[in-house]
Design a protein around this ligand. Sequence first.
Ligand code: FAD
Length: 617
Amino acid sequence: EEGSAGREAGYWRLSKLAVPARDDPGKDLAGVSPPLLQAIAKALKFPVSSMLPEEAFTVIRKSFDARKILKEPQFVYTVDVDVKRLLDLEPRTWDFIARLEPKLGTIEYMRDEKVASDLVSMLNVYKQGSDGELGINDTVNNGSICSPRKKPRVAVVGSGPSGLFASLVLGELGAEVTLIERGQPVEQRGRDIGALVVRRILHSESNFCFGEGGAGTWSDGKLVTRIGRNTDGVQAVMKTFVQFGGPPNILVDGKPHLGTDKLVPLLRNFRHHLKELGVNIIFNTRVDDLVVEGGQVKGVVVSDSRLQLGSPNQTLSFDAVVLAVGHSARDTYSMLLRHNVDMHPKSFAVGLRIEHPQELINDIQYSELAAEVHKGRGRIPVADYKIVKSFGEGDAELPEQNRSCYSFCMCPGGQVVLTSTNPSELCINGMSFSRRASKWANSAFVATVSSHDFRPFESHGSLAGVEFQREFERRAATMGGGNFVVPAQCVTDFLSNRLSVTTLPPSSYRLGVRPSKLHELFPSHITEVLQQSIIMIEEEMPGFVSSEALLHGVETRTSSPLQISRNTGTYESTSLQGLYPIGEGAGYAGGILSASVDGMYCGFALAKQLSLFHGDI
Ligand code: FAD
């Protein structure tokens, strides 16, 4: 479309460059290796790959592809070509390329050089006035200082990904931000999680869901999203993670993940940066109520979350309150209901967590190559999987029969963990460390549920979905017999509706498993679609149904059971002025990246309403 390739200087993007796995330097190395240079030369139809100058190429994406339809597993690259550099360095190459015809679908022409920029550097541009730094009482208007005024005071409630990014943007743009978190900073939170896993002590305010970094801190740290990996928002968030110490390969890896050991120091750096900006961070402080006057939020009522409920509390005044509480803050949802905040139940998914030996999943997915992964050489990523099955699709008359089953939050080389926030309710999820080196592969295996399923809980109004979750969490706790023991069943027995009588296969879950009738946990229509899906998966992934595969109950908090209505564009609640519901708990995100992006854009939208800046960023 742009004419002959060589006549267009600037950047080219080469995609779908395949390098056989046996020739590639491996998953953690994203440089331009000789085999990649050969693939580039092939795409450019250039005869001698060694004549191509490495410096002209930048790897943008690197993914591992072991699909069965391929002759052999391969790494697939996307590479940007600096055409000017190619020209400077190798005139003969240029002559040759000038005669090339573009190979459709492989070469994309990008005329202008893209300026890669992380969010913090981007915001610094806005912060800088004529003489550099912003003064205490100054605000910013299109990069220049406006007349001094009092800084607007904003409370951000919750230090999960959405709350952190909202605080970052608002702090950088000159608001006086107070970040209020009911849980502990990561250092103490780590000790509290240790006490849970080793001594069965559940701190109701400092656990796998609550505390600095939110639900995603002790997680697999998968950085995948359905909102578009290459969108500006996601790119800005990813680059900010790198700026705070995340490994740079997350920008390139086709399926990036951090792992808990990388997330914890990253969050510490994030905190230090916020503090340097002047953000006031208060831990162990729970927002129990909102101060509302004339339909407008004027502040919050907080209490020390380490003390008993009903202990002395304090009122803090703010111009705006950003609510970033995640989907496990059920007490906060109840408080919003008392204030008649507009919210409604939303679809989500419930099910079980399935765990296999990682070697079994490697064998199923990689065939011969699995042997290399088993040896632990680390060149090839441990295998994962993603499954989606749909039932009764399109029948509008029977919405309750329209269901999807899917794998979710798959953690290769990970472990099953307890995500309860209350001892009488039992729910689980998965986490891993950056090396994903454990001998287990676990994944949520869930079926969609919607308002039809919540009918028995209709009396709870917009909290019907929350009560639905709670019902199955209580049942799971009872089935496990208490003490955070998880009810479990062999997959083969789940399919045959019978209790596992033989010894259960080993589990990564540290607090113990108990043979249980998981096929009786959910209503039969949910159990049946889970069972049918497992049978269908076995056809695609022979070996998936195995006596070594163990189901754990229960997986209920896949995403928010409700949505808090807000105005598009301003992010403000439709029913309460000054309240800005964001992130997963408000029903606008489902994962670390989408929650971060939601928080970031809310930060911009609110900063604009507070006249901290005008125009677009
Ligand atoms: P949250 O992260 O839930 O943060 C909310 C914060 O608000 C919490 O810190 C909480 O303590 C605080 N809070 C709540 N109520 C109050 C109150 N009243 N006062 C003060 N503070 C309050 N996502 C991925 O993308 N990849 C993964 O690999 C992944 N793995 C996961 C593993 C586990 C074990 C879990 C639990 C979740 C995982 N997720 C993963 C999901 C991801 O963590 C969430 O989608 C994300 O954290 C949501 O961000 P958020 O900011 O909306 O809310």
